[in-house]
Design a protein around this ligand. Structure first.
Ligand SMILES: NC(=O)CC[C@H](N)C(=O)O
Length: 264
């Protein structure tokens, strides 16, 4: 069962007109950023739909959805390892089947994992590699500059190639690791989607901040685009102006992808 998420507030910023797309936002026990993710979806013009991790008809609930966001937070309190318990949720089985794993599937449901969502995607083996503690062993919260290395995924096509963006980063388990052959494969296939700029905040291998599956429909990243979608709330971007809209193209990109009829 799914419910459209009622939202309060002013939508007179971009994307006020509803465009017919329905995007699911998953909630686990301990999820933190589902409300902000839903608001970002709505600001892009799509309708956010709430998805519950333990839904007994998870596959049925995904049927009329066009994309899914797995938001940030501390699913199951990050016990054992961030995302390690969430991966066994019935909703994750349904998402994996609809998204198609590493290679993508015929449906190729677009899935965006943000921070804890990225951790859940690696634990679920929808994306390769693992997230471990930041190398300095501290929780970090900062406005982080990134380079968009691949603008041909379902969630990045509204960016320019190589575009510099700034969005918030806040986590303790943000260090992306993988063995050298996997890192070489990701680089070789253009699957590094975002790279940290100016500073590597957590020791991630090769400054990797986000990656995609082979088909380009599943994307995960540690920084939080849903916190940079409204004027006055996101990080300073250019010339000290508080524009803070660098997260919005994630959510409009998936709409462009859907409009063009492709998964990526
Ligand atoms: N902001 C978040 O999603 C936090 C993610 C995660 N559980 C961590 O600290 O690392």
């Amino acid at each position: 069962m799914t419910t459209e998420i009622p939202l309060i507030g002013d939508y007179s910023t971009p994307g006020t007109e509803l465009n017919g797309a329905r995007i699911g936002v998953v909630t686990f026990p301990g999820t933190l950023d589902d409300v902000d993710a839903a608001r970002a979806v709505r600001l892009s013009g799509a309708t956010p739909v709430s998805l519950w991790h333990a839904d007994e008809d998870a596959a049925g609930s995904l049927k009329d959805l066009d994309a899914v966001v797995i938001p940030g937070g501390f699913s199951y309190g990050d016990y054992l390892r961030a995302g390690a318990i969430a991966r066994f949720a019935p909703m994750m089985d349904a998402i994996a089947a609809a998204a198609g794993g590493e290679a993508g599937s015929t449906r190729g449901l677009p899935v965006l994992g943000i921070c804890n969502g990225f951790q859940i995607l690696t634990e679920s083996h929808l994306l390769p590699g693992s997230m471990i503690k930041n190398d300095h062993l501290h929780f970090i919260c900062r406005d982080q500059a990134l380079a968009v290395e691949n603008n041909e995924t379902a969630w990045t096509r509204d960016f320019a190639p190589g575009q510099r963006i700034t969005i918030p980063l806040k986590n303790q388990d943000g260090q992306y690791v993988a063995d050298e052959p996997t890192l070489d494969m990701l680089e070789g296939e253009g699957r590094v989607v975002f790279r940290y700029l100016d500073v590597n905040p957590n020791g991630s291998r090769r400054d990797i901040a986000g990656i995609t599956n082979a088909a380009g429909n599943v994307v995960g990243l540690m920084p939080h685009p849903e916190h940079a979608v409204e004027p006055g709330f996101g990080p300073d971007t250019e010339h000290g102006l508080r524009t803070g809209l660098d997260g919005l193209p994630f959510f409009t990109s998936v709409l462009s992808t859907l409009a063009s009829g492709g998964a990526a």
